[in-house]
Design a binder for this molecule. Structure first.
Ligand SMILES: C[S@@+](CC[C@H](N)C(=O)[O-])C[C@H]1O[C@@H](n2cnc3c(N)ncnc32)[C@H](O)[C@@H]1O
Length: 236
């Protein structure tokens, strides 16, 4: 992907956050520029076309902004020829614990996606074709993780896609560094955090299998000091 195109997509995905306040805009800019997951999802064509995509623990809705702008650029013909098509997603629903983030997501994206305040441990996910959870599962207990995964499986049709990013607890120093940074940011964003619930990559793959998924992994921390791994799972 050319540097020029990358810039165009970044600028367009960040721009809606101007109407959500300075913090939201700066946060969107920093995260979309610095986190390899957003380009990674497109470059590796991880998200298929979908009627309904659910983003659980969506924060201020950055993934929705990213996918909407990517698709708009793709449809306008401004898309690198050697790149897989941007996914066509009809409805995006983001669920987020923090009302402030929901407000920012709504202020930025208006009617282009739907955002609700709620807890993934108890919310009804409805039906979906694709479910995504980026950097959230370690905040909830092991039992709750497994329950959420089973309910995602029930929300998807056979062959439906579930994508999540986790930290590999067998990842050594980069894993401990990720956790430390994560805890500081989580605290600064107003959460109370007694402990986090991590697993090794192998343990995650086992849990996914138990919950009705066939999963593969893909490292997703290029250019960062972290050890994040993407799990791409198909509902069996
Ligand atoms: C590290 S942020 C990631 C945000 C978003 N997924 C992204 O990649 O931009 C984790 C998010 O999960 C949310 N979260 C944590 N526990 C949650 C829960 N039980 N239900 C819903 N959201 C939750 C937090 O409020 C926070 O916005």
């Amino acid at each position: 992907m050319t540097a020029h195109f990358r810039r165009t997509l970044l600028v367009r995905a960040v721009r809606p956050y101007r109407s959500a306040g300075h913090f939201a805009w700066r946060f969107a800019k920093g995260k979309l520029e610095g986190d390899p997951v957003f380009f990674g999802l497109l470059e590796h064509s991880l998200i298929p076309d979908a009627g309904r995509l659910i983003d659980l623990g969506c924060g201020q809705g950055l993934l929705a902004s990213w996918l909407l702008e990517a698709r708009a650029l793709h449809e306008s013909g401004n898309w690198p020829a050697h790149w897989p098509a941007a996914p066509k997603v009809e409805n995006i629903w983001g669920l987020e614990l923090m009302q402030k983030d929901v407000d920012r997501a709504r202020a930025a994206l208006g009617e282009r996606a739907q955002f609700d305040q709620g807890d993934i441990r108890t919310a009804d996910f409805g039906k979906a074709d694709v479910a995504i959870i980026l950097d959230v599962l370690h905040y909830i207990s092991y039992e709750a993780q497994e329950d959420v995964l089973r309910r995602i499986r029930a929300a998807l049709p056979a062959g439906g896609t579930f994508i999540t990013r986790i930290g590999d607890a067998a990842g050594g120093l980069p894993f401990y560094y990720s956790n430390w940074v994560d805890r500081v940011i989580f605290f600064l964003r107003g959460h109370r955090l007694d402990r986090i619930y991590c697993r090794t990559l192998d343990e995650w793959l086992e849990v996914l299998q138990r919950c009705g998924f066939e999963a593969r992994s893909l490292p997703m921390h290029k250019g960062t000091p972290f050890c994040s791994v993407m799990l791409i799972a198909k509902a069996v």
